[in-house]
Design a binder for this molecule. Structure first.
Ligand SMILES: [Zn+2]
Length: 418
């Protein structure tokens, strides 16, 4: 097969890589976690990369949730173009809340699928199965050159047989989905793939269990950073061109007494304007709510018969609410798909989170103070590279979803000397 020197995807051209390119999305990797571990000198590998190649940060896509950002990273474009603005949206025809995790909802091609079509070998590994189908959109199943697996289901052999090296990286017992271990296994499986299937493009995506549960200075968070640093160093030692970034940051979402700083928007609207049919949809809602109680920093409001100015006034008066944006403004300024967001998009303050009705959120499983994300205040994430940049001017303003662009087009393809 004739191999093209470049391939196109969603309006951008990507160079064919000289070495395996690895994009690592560390879920919920707020810059504060790196800073805390670095202060104690516990992330020597990441510290060396930053020393050599610069301390970059990037802005995530909004809402700063997991799925919109992983899809942005894998397509290289904003939610306005790829169509995934959260885990849920209200179906415009049926008026029913619809789960947006199926690949049918994707409006852009993935960089992995575009690369694979031109003869590149590609792979993606994710912790949670909810992301696997989106990341693997339009990739053939059971193809040695197109691997897409989630740790959650790979151990059961559900999504294709795995080589012995991958099986051994998975371990005898699949790690619990609410654990630090499941994220480390993502990187170990990535390493095993690099050694066996040698993908040209490899995308690795962990989970934010640790960051929801622990603050940056807590021992469990620092221990996790130490393990992560070691595994990333192994990927680097293998010769891969690497960009390490995140889907979103993370903030403590508590009041002075440690209680969650929540505004229950559906309750507020039902009390202030009963019977008008205003509906609150939370794009964070998904089956994995134990660690955040489905409370995030972005909410959609569908107005029904409610008056837009009155709703805006009521919501802006809440101490947890930072911004109330009409649909068209949100679509333009936040780069969101206009037909898949509410009449209003609500963003929370640094310490605030937005709920629907108090009785719809089970906070009994929360262990420790609430930590969450979803708004502008969790948009800043690290962006760490392991090669010199050929032209730094091309970098700004940097978005996390420029990761493949930076790795394939802007980083030196020479071997790393860090
Ligand atoms: Zn996340």
């Amino acid at each position: 097969m004739l191999i093209a020197p470049s391939f196109a995807c969603n309006g951008r051209t990507y160079r064919r890589p000289s070495h395996s390119v690895v994009i690592v999305c560390i879920d919920g990797f707020d810059p504060a976690y790196l800073a805390a571990a670095q202060t104690e000198g516990l992330c020597p590998f990441l510290a060396r990369l930053i020393d050599h190649y610069g301390r970059w940060t990037a802005a995530s896509a909004l809402p700063s949730f997991t799925n919109p950002n992983n899809v942005s990273l894998i397509t290289g474009v904003a939610p306005a173009q790829h169509g995934i603005a959260g885990n849920y949206a209200l179906d415009p025809e049926s008026g029913m809340p619809t789960e947006m995790t199926a690949p049918e909802f994707l409006r852009a091609e993935t960089i992995l699928a575009a690369g694979h079509k031109t003869g590149l070998s590609v792979a993606a590994v994710t912790a949670k199965d909810k992301l696997r189908r989106l990341l693997g959109a339009n990739l053939p199943a059971d193809d040695f050159h197109a691997t897409c697996l989630s740790i959650e289901t790979a151990a059961s052999g559900k999504h294709g047989a795995v080589d012995p090296a991958i099986q051994s990286a998975l371990g005898a017992e699949p790690p619990h989905i609410y654990s630090a271990e499941v994220s480390l296994v993502v990187l170990r499986v990535g390493l095993a793939l690099l050694k066996t299937r040698k993908p040209n493009l490899l995308y690795l995506s962990t989970t934010d269990y640790v960051q929801h549960r622990y603050g940056p200075d807590e021992k469990d968070a620092i221990d996790f950073m130490v393990e992560l640093d070691g595994l990333l160093a192994e990927i680097d030692a293998y010769g891969a061109i690497m960009v390490i970034t995140a889907d979103h940051g993370m903030n403590a979402k508590t009041q002075a007494d440690g209680a969650p700083d929540v505004a229950y928007l559906q309750d507020v609207l039902d009390t202030a304007m009963p019977g008008v049919g205003a509906r609150v949809i939370l794009p964070i809602t998904d089956p994995y709510v134990v660690h955040h109680g489905a409370l995030g920093a972005c909410s959609m409001v569908y107005l029904g018969e409610a008056d837009v100015d009155r709703v805006t006034e009521i919501l802006l008066a809440l101490p947890q609410v930072d911004e109330v944006l009409p649909r068209a403004v949100a679509a333009r300024d936040l780069e969101l798909p206009e037909d898949r967001i509410g009449d209003l998009v609500i963003l929370a303050t640094p310490s605030g989170v937005l709920g629907s009705s108090r009785n719809a959120h089970d906070l009994s499983a929360l262990k420790g103070p609430l930590r969450s994300h979803g708004g502008r205040h969790e948009q800043t994430v690290p962006f760490i590279v392991n090669r010199p940049l050929e032209d730094q001017d091309q970098l700004l303003p940097l978005r996390n979803y420029d990761a493949f662009h930076v790795a394939l087009n802007l980083l030196s393809q020479e071997a790393s000397h860090a």
